[in-house]
Design a protein around this ligand. Structure first.
Ligand SMILES: Nc1ncnc2c1ncn2[C@@H]1O[C@H](COP(=O)(O)OP(=O)(O)OP(=O)(O)O)[C@@H](O)[C@H]1O
Ligand SMILES: [Mg+2]
Length: 242
């Protein structure tokens, strides 16, 4: 059994099926990249895994614990073990970088002031942005926002990370830098991760395995080499267009 195990996951909105029968496993310490065309339900899938959207049926096990139908208090506890980098970084625009990073720590009320400051400084150093501590999000470039988003997602030291399009909207060089940073953080913290991306260059850097979501099911799962060698028409079209 993997760290993340998804079986027969189904979800519809207003009677329209989005995920029809999704099956996925991610082993501990590994990174699965999910590819797929726009609107296929990749973000919906991540939101299901972190319990922000409830599935209609199926199973999602995190470290062996079933989260579908879990009571809210247990779900909240489990969510503490997960970090989520939202599509577009989603920083709180009215808070400084310091405020953004402190927020998840203060909400948990586990650390004293000195520990909070030390943790914030450490995270900023990890993403190479110590000097940005007193800046507001509006003063940051897209790449810097992603880095701060990463720092914030990792500040509570999660075991599991979910990334929604970590490089979208960035130039190829900044995108590559962010991908290497993700890869480095993954290794350093032995994170189990799922990353959604359209960026094949990013997938090459961070993925152990890749899965393609199409029409509500996983139509391909394997290594990047397996994907390149696939004879499936949709997979070939997908790679050709990437
Ligand atoms: N909360 C919601 N209520 C109703 N419909 C939703 C909701 N969230 C997503 N959808 C619908 O589900 C479908 C999949 O959306 P999703 O955001 O998962 O796509 P995606 O694969 O992440 O696309 P992109 O690559 O553009 O980010 C879309 O048709 C969207 O309109
Ligand atoms: Mg999305």
């Amino acid at each position: 059994m993997g760290m993340i195990d998804i079986r027969h996951l189904q979800i519809s909105f207003d009677g329209v099926p989005i995920l029809r029968d999704v099956n996925l496993t991610v082993e501990k310490g590994r990174t699965l990249v999910i590819l797929g065309t726009s609107g296929t339900g990749k973000s919906v899938l991540l939101k299901n895994i972190i319990g922000l959207i409830a599935a209609d049926s199926g199973s999602i096990r995190i470290g062996g614990e079933e989260i579908i139908g879990m009571d809210p208090e247990d779900l909240y506890k489990l969510r503490r073990r997960m970090g989520y980098l939202f599509q577009g970084a989603a920083l709180y625009d009215w808070m400084s970088v310091r405020g953004n990073l402190e927020f998840p720590l203060r909400r948990r009320e586990l650390l004293d002031e000195g520990e909070i400051i030390a943790r914030v400084t450490e995270q900023l150093r990890l993403v190479g942005l110590e000097d940005a501590i007193d800046k507001m999000p509006s003063q940051l470039s897209g790449g810097m926002r992603k880095r701060i988003g990463l720092a914030r997602a990792l500040i509570t030291r999660p075991e599991i990370m979910l990334y929604d399009e970590p490089t979208t909207g960035l130039d190829p060089i900044t995108g590559r830098d962010i991908s290497h940073l993700i890869q480095h953080l993954q290794e350093q913290h032995t994170l189990t991760s799922i990353a959604v991306t359209h960026d094949i260059a990013c997938a090459r850097i961070i993925a152990d395995r890749v899965a393609i979501l199409d029409k509500g099911v996983i139509c391909f799962e394997g290594t990047l080499d397996d994907m390149s060698g696939s004879t499936d028409t949709f997979v070939k079209r997908f790679i050709a267009a990437a």
